[in-house]
Design a protein around this ligand. Structure first.
Ligand SMILES: [Zn+2]
Ligand SMILES: [Zn+2]
Length: 262
């Protein structure tokens, strides 16, 4: 039995264009309503009230950024001017890596990477075939087009898609930008090739959004690369990723509701 507040909430979502909130499921709807978020106005208020947003995050278990995004969308829809939370530096860099990822062209995972020096972005890269060649999505890479012929995580040496991290390093080389001492932010944990190249280029720190698992028999070797970076220089940094399903090849890209086109 759906209670009155949830019914009203659903009607509000139906008529306002916050259609993406319809897909969160009845259980999550109940959590929102129980946390006092049963109207657009109450959702919109959160964007300008960090403490209230935090309470909702604690009560519902939803990621903070997701709650704020919904709140911002609701505010935009009801014409209110809302304050945005200033992201921390790691959030800012990882958000940039996710934005870079939107240009990825590979039938496998979509990845974006940025190189950061002294808190400035000095290079970017996303994965795909070399710029002068047919895109991966158009059949430009044999390995990506025939995944059944290669076991997972193997055969990267014959894949002509350049990885995001490699592209960030190569763009820096092309434009004569020193990368020694940089931090590398990537939306995926680097593979062997990217990690050894980052290490050899004297990248100081690697931060990634989502885990990539080295094949079991090679985990120790991978761990040695991580150790060579030095303690505390290899971190997972998980933040909300609305395009996760697309980036991992499980769904088409989200239709963005922020109003800007890519
Ligand atoms: Zn590819
Ligand atoms: Zn790689």
């Amino acid at each position: 039995m759906v209670d009155r507040k949830t019914r009203e909430w659903r009607r509000t979502i139906e008529v306002t264009g916050l259609g993406h909130l319809r897909g969160i499921g009845p259980e999550n709807e109940r959590k929102l309503v129980a946390a006092g978020i049963d109207s657009l106005a109450s959702l919109a208020r959160l964007a300008g009230d960090a403490a209230a947003a935090r309470v909702v995050v604690d009560r519902t278990g939803f990621p903070h950024q997701r709650v704020l995004r919904w709140a911002n969308d609701a505010g935009a829809l009801s014409g209110q001017a809302l304050e945005r939370r200033r992201p921390t530096k790691p959030e800012y860099f990882m958000n940039l890596a996710m934005e870079v990822r939107t240009r990825a062209n590979c039938t496998g995972r979509k990845v974006g990477a940025v190189l950061i020096k002294d808190d400035r972005i000095v290079s970017t890269g996303y994965n795909g075939t070399p710029g002068t060649m047919t895109n991966c999505a158009d059949g430009g890479c044999y390995r990506c087009a025939h995944p059944e012929e290669f076991s997972a995580g193997q055969g990267y040496d014959v894949c002509i898609c350049v990885h995001a991290e490699q592209n960030a390093l190569l763009a820096a080389a092309r434009f004569g930008i020193a990368v020694e001492g940089c931090a590398l932010y990537s939306t995926l944990q680097p593979c062997f090739g990217c990690l050894k190249e980052a290490l050899q280029a004297r990248v100081m720190k690697v931060v990634y959004l989502r885990q990539w698992r080295a094949p079991q028999e090679l985990r120790q070797q991978y761990g040695e690369l991580v150790q060579a970076l030095g303690p505390g220089n290899f971190d997972e940094f998980a933040i909300d990723d609305p395009d996760e399903a697309w980036a991992t090849g499980k769904a088409p890209a989200l239709v963005r509701t922020t109003g800007h086109t890519l």
